[in-house]
Ligand binder design. Structure first.
Ligand code: UDP
Length: 340
């Protein structure tokens, strides 16, 4: 299939790109490199340096070829940052996505896969797991920006017949098991890579946000899902789009507290992680654990990485080999394809 991948130089996007290539698909990456890394673009893959904020350039990009599927990852994605810059997040994520979605409907794209989030859900601590039809109640502008885009996709289906899959990721973690890609956010805000860097002595002390949540040890509980399992879900969902639009929660169904994650990093690395308490981070629900049974039964998706240690292991291996992240990659001559 011919696939256009926005945000294909970012963390989840790049892992999906590599899985698409492994499965023999034809990929073009569209990215403005604001947070993605040129070094995450595999050799030989076509790359268009386009900013979705530029509606005309987005239209032109979508118009250039006939896409079997468009995957949309490009977005600002930090819950905490979205609380300090709410309008920036809301504007950026919604406007840029509307430019893309409108271009796709205009150019008759039939299948669209959207990188959505568990941040759509608020505090559901009274439920063991969050089902696909749980109440949407975002606790951050980031979550709301993603929900708006899901709504826009609903109208793109009803009015233009563009089928979409909204994949609501719980906590993406880990790295390509073959060591080709990893996680490198700047600044890094995610628990697992921060804990790994602390274990490796690259960072002095980790702050744990909040010790008074209603959980087994007072810290937040999250459902960590390996990024390669997420990538596999993106490919499996394509077939669903022949018939209808879908939305699925993607997680392992297992919750780990922040302190349990630290213990896992200590076990896997054999190093202590020094940490201290810090006030809760606003926008953080106490518990987010997925019920992904519908995704499993309807698509045959079966995540391979269940244990938190196995997920941490892949992240640790990549980081050990690349202590400066993508800066450690040999400089390669991936140049954006220029349009005449
Ligand atoms: N967290 C933390 N210290 C950090 C980063 C994250 O205590 O330096 C906590 C955060 O408050 C949340 C959990 O770790 O409870 C997972 O946060 P992360 O940012 O990794 O993912 P999110 O759940 O926000 O997508």
């Amino acid at each position: 299939m011919k696939c256009l991948v926005t945000g294909g130089a970012g963390y989840v996007g790049s892992h999906v790109v590599i899985s698409l290539l492994d499965a023999g698909h034809d990929v073009v990456i569209l990215d403005n490199l604001s947070t993605g890394h040129i070094a995450a673009i595999p050799e030989g893959v076509r790359f268009w340096n386009v900013d979705l904020e530029d509606a005309q350039a987005t239209y032109d990009a979508v118009a250039r070829e006939n896409w079997d599927v468009v995957f949309h990852f490009a977005a600002l994605s930090s819950v905490g940052h979205s609380i300090s810059e709410p309008f920036h997040y809301l504007r950026h994520n919604t406007m840029n996505s509307l430019n893309l979605i409108e271009a796709c409907t205009f150019h008759n794209v039939r299948r669209f896969v959207f990188s959505s989030t568990a941040a759509l859900f608020g505090d559901e601590s009274d439920l063991p797991q969050i089902t696909d039809d749980a109440l949407v109640n975002p606790t951050s502008p980031y979550g709301d920006s993603k929900f708006f885009i899901e709504r826009a996709l609903l109208w793109a289906d009803r009015i233009y017949g563009m089928r979409s899959a909204c994949l609501r990721y719980f906590n993406a973690a880990g790295a390509d098991p073959r060591g080709r890609l990893g996680e490198d956010h700047r600044p890094e805000t995610h628990l697992i890579p921060l804990a790994i860097d602390t274990a490796l002595g690259v960072r002095p002390c980790l702050k744990i946000f909040g010790n008074n949540y209603d959980t087994r040890d007072g810290t937040c509980i999250r459902d960590y899902i390996h990024v390669t399992d997420l990538a596999d879900a993106h490919i499996r969902v394509i077939d669903q789009l022949d018939e209808r639009s879908v939305s699925y929660n993607l997680g392992n169904g297992l919750g780990f507290t922040n302190l349990e994650v630290i213990q896992s990093v200590e076990r896997v690395s054999g190093q202590k992680v020094s940490w201290e308490w810090a006030p809760p981070r606003s926008g953080d629900p106490a518990i987010l654990v997925a019920d992904s049974s519908r995704m499993r039964s309807e698509t045959g998706w079966n995540p391979k990485y269940h244990s938190i240690d196995a997920i941490v292991e892949t992240a640790l291996q990549w980081r050990k080999r690349h202590p400066h992240g993508y800066d450690d990659y040999n400089s390669r001559s991936v140049l954006p394809e220029l349009w005449s």
